[in-house]
Ligand binder design. Structure first.
Ligand code: 13P
Length: 328
């Protein structure tokens, strides 16, 4: 999952989320359209083989077959990548805590994991969402989410599935980089304490954190070097070296921004393998190029291959603006 020069393609948008993304591009979100789009990505052979270690799928997708009847999971495996599955049921409003959420999905998870293992999944993802705002996050929301992540991770390991532990501190808001640092530090400390209490085997998990960035509405922007310094510092303080890999989410950064920041982070390095587990930052350009039209398939694949190669370079600290301008 964190092999050198490879990273994870997060293609696990729920039907609601992909429908929203398609809607912005006036693409009708039918089960076939979602299949056609994801099939196009998984059939981008060279990029998949060279730059993608694993693909996170959504429940609908892991059960779908390509146009020619081949299960999508088989396409991923044929490219030498590992199929994974999002198993959380989404972030829901936390009762009594206005503006905060709790990620649901623990009920029946043991049985679902066994089902997904049978369908080919060898790793899983659970995303906890932490908001920043006035008086937020509260200790209770962070602790409840961390406990759920730890219970999920334990169940995954029992099932022989590698858990991706994803506590995402959102970029929404006008907070500065220092506030993102402080909140992320508290969140990661809490998550690793809960993982310890739940007896999770740290050598058998991947951490998927946010980078340390200012909020989207913050006037003070941060350079990739500033992002990298703060991100590596918080991880060194909170993530044990026993964790083999850290795969960042893009979280609403632009695609080039997410690449530039990963590159700067990789140049500093850490005791863990560092890479990407991007959704939007790997797919936005491809989705736009595709626009739901079969004749745009090649252009969409080229756009996806370009971003995959840029992020592969970034995961090795070898990306540059010059590379970015090479033809997609
Ligand atoms: P983004 O990279 O678009 O944030 O998505 C990654 C992901 O899997 C979020 O759970």
């Amino acid at each position: 999952m964190v092999a050198a020069g490879k990273g994870i393609l997060a293609a696990d948008e729920s039907t609601g989320t992909i429908t929203k993304r398609f809607g912005a591009l006036r693409i009708e979100s039918t089960a076939d359209a979602r299949r056609d789009y994801r099939e196009l990505l998984f059939r981008t052979k060279d990029a998949m083989e060279q730059y993608i270690s694993g693909v996170i799928l959504y429940d609908e997708t892991i059960r779908q077959t390509a146009k020619d009847g081949t299960p999508l999971v088989k396409l991923i495996e044929a490219a030498g990548a590992i199929p994974g599955i999002k198993v959380d049921a989404g972030a829901k409003p936390l009762a009594n805590f206005l503006g905060e959420t709790i990620t649901e999905g623990l009920d029946g998870l043991r049985e679902r994991l066994s089902d997904y293992h049978g369908l080919g999944a060898r790793f899983a993802k659970w995303r906890a969402v932490i908001q920043i705002g006035g008086g937020v996050p509260t200790d209770f929301a962070v602790e409840a989410n961390a406990r759920a992540l730890a219970r999920y991770a334990g169940l995954c390991q029992e099932a022989g599935i590698v858990p991706i532990v994803e506590p995402e501190v959102l970029m929404d808001g006008a907070h500065d980089l220092a506030r993102c640092y402080d909140v992320t530090e508290f969140v990661l400390k809490t998550v690793f304490m809960e993982l310890y209490k739940a007896r999770v085997f740290l050598e058998g998990m991947i951490l998927k954190p946010n980078m340390i960035v200012p909020g989207k509405a913050c006037a003070a922007k941060a350079s990739p070097e500033e992002v990298a310094q703060a991100t590596i510092r918080v991880l060194r303080n909170c993530a044990p070296a026993a964790v083999p890999g850290v795969a960042f989410l893009s979280g609403g950064q632009s695609d080039v921004e997410a690449t530039a920041n990963l590159d700067a982070i990789s140049r500093l390095g850490g005791p863990w393998a560092l890479t990407f587990s991007y959704g939007r930052a790997l797919q936005d350009a491809a989705q736009k190029a595709w626009a739901g039209q079969p004749e745009n398939m090649r252009a969409a694949q080229a756009a996806f291959a370009h971003r995959a190669r840029m992020n592969s370079l970034a995961a090795q600290g070898r990306w540059s603006e010059g590379e970015e301008r090479t033809a997609a």
